[in-house]
Structure formats: C-alpha cells, structure tokens
Design a protein around this ligand. Structure first.
Ligand SMILES: Nc1ncnc2c1ncn2[C@@H]1O[C@H](COP(=O)(O)OP(=O)(O)OP(=O)(O)O)[C@@H](O)[C@H]1O
Ligand SMILES: [Mg+2]
Length: 252
C-alpha cells in the first residue's frame, strides 16, 4: 500500500500564561504513524487529547516543536511557505461547526469558486458541478449561508474543500454539530466523495459508532499519545489498551 503520510516523533507543547504563572503543557508526545493512500484513518480520543492539534500540524497549519512530517516521501516539516504553497491545495480541512466556517457575506457559489482556477465562466461552471456533487442545487448558487440548514452548510464547506482538487482531507468532527437525522446523510456523502475523487481522510471523532461505520484503521489518542492503533474491526474485537476498553464500554 502506498504511504501518503508519515509522521515521526511528532511533539508539540503549548505555553499557558496566566497572571501568576507560566507553564508548558505537552499536547502531542512523540506521535508515530502512517496514513495510507485511499484509506479513512480514524482518530479517536477524549476532548483535549490533541486530535485537532495533530490534524492541523499534519497539514502544516501549525508547526510542531519536534519530529518530522512526510507527504509521499517529501519532508514538509520545515518547508518554507513559498514552497509549501504548491502543496497547500492538496490538503484540506473541514471543521465541526458549519455555522462558523462559512463567511456570512459570501454566497455559496462564490465560496466554492474561490478555490477554482480558470476564468469566471469556467469557475462558475465548475462550482455548480461541485455543489451538485455535494447535493446543493444550482438554483441556490447565489444564496447566503444563513439561508441554508446546518447540514446544507456542511455540504457547502465540503464543496469548498473539494474546489481545490485535494488528495487529502482532515475531517475534524464534521458531523458532531448536526442533527442526528442528518449525520448519516453527511457520512454517506463523505464515503461517496472519497470514491469519486480518490480521497484519503483523517477522520476525527469522539463517536465510536461513526468510526465503526467510516474508518478503515483507527488510532486511539489519550493525553497526547497514540495508545493503540489497528484495523477498525480489530480494535472493536480485541481492544488492547485499558482506555480503549473504557471507550468501548461507555459506548455500548
Ligand atoms: N493555541 C493553543 N494554545 C494553548 N493551548 C492550546 C492551544 N490549542 C490547543 N490547546 C490545548 O491543547 C490541548 C489539545 O487540544 P486539541 O484541540 O488538539 O484537543 P482535541 O482532542 O481536538 O479536543 P476536542 O475533542 O475537544 O476537540 C488542550 O488541552 C487544549 O486546551
Ligand atoms: Mg478538536
């Protein structure tokens, strides 16, 4: 299997400053893992365990303090922004809250057009096509975020991510803020789009049911460490770490 991402000894700490003290908290403790091309790699862990930080560091939205990041054999850990720009379009991230992630003053069609190359006519045509792929009809091209439901807004955020023709998407709890009845539709959309566009996902969630449904392999993160990593089936059949046991028990 082709390795798309490899991280070695990824380490990150934050300094917390208060009126009285300064202290450092370690958020990622020497993470080592690989993500294969074409898979959905699930990342599970409790709140504050470092999942979002990991996702952002991987695609260089924030810098690690230590460790190395490889995208297809190419080390990008310290690649200067000017060089990284070439790759930026290949990596996308979709956040939890579709209410915050869209600009309220830009209509949905224009939001998607921003990531597309070409002249205006080409951009409009392509944006219509991508919106259609995520289930937003072209009659809604000039509608603004407030005119859409939460699920529809998340579809627009997904269309915007697709607009740059990415190879890899960090999906950071993309259905957690949605109505339960809508979550399944959006998860199915992710699955369909992965096929259609040959995508690889890092899928972050608290929800083990979602992981079971969508992930090929899973890493369990606990206080900044990967305590267990395996094929999804195996994790559910033979959890080996006490924290994973606890997670599974709470869920059932
Ligand atoms: N910019 C920052 N400055 C200081 N501390 C931060 C910063 N960003 C995150 N942290 C801290 O790092 C830790 C990990 O945060 P992170 O957002 O990665 O966790 P998470 O696993 O995504 O949590 P959640 O499930 O709640 O989204 C937390 O203790 C958080 O408070
Ligand atoms: Mg998070």
């Amino acid at each position: 299997m082709e390795i798309l991402w490899k991280v070695e000894d990824l380490f990150k700490e934050y300094e917390i400053k208060s009126e009285f003290e300064r202290k450092k908290i370690t958020v990622l403790k020497n993470i080592n893992l690989e993500i294969y091309k074409g898979e959905t790699f699930g990342l599970v862990g409790e709140s504050g365990s470092g999942k979002t930080t990991f996702g952002k560091i991987l695609i260089r939205l924030i810098d690690p303090d230590n460790g190395r990041i490889f995208f297809k054999d190419l080390e990008i850990t310290k690649m200067p922004e000017s060089q990284l720009r070439k790759y930026r379009k290949k990596f996308q991230i979709i956040f939890q809250d579709p209410y915050k992630s869209l600009n309220p003053r830009i209509c949905c069609g224009y939001t998607v057009m921003e990531g597309i190359d070409g002249n205006k006519k080409e951009k409009i045509e392509k944006a219509i096509e991508i919106l259609n792929d995520v289930g937003i009809k072209k009659e809604r091209f000039y509608d603004y975020p407030h005119q859409f439901s939460g699920g529809e807004r998340q579809r627009i955020a997904i269309a915007r991510a697709l607009s740059t023709n990415p190879e890899f998407i960090v999906c950071d709890e993309p259905t957690s803020n949605l109505d339960v009845s809508i979550q399944g539709q959006i998860l199915n959309l992710f699955i369909d789009l992965k096929e259609k566009f040959n995508l690889t996902y890092l899928f972050i969630t608290h929800n083990l049911k979602i992981i079971k449904f969508i992930a090929d392999r899973v890493a369990i993160m606990y206080k900044g460490e990967i305590v267990e990593m395996n094929k999804t089936e195996e994790i559910f059949k033979n959890p080996s770490h006490p924290y994973t046991f606890k997670l599974l028990k709470n869920e059932i």
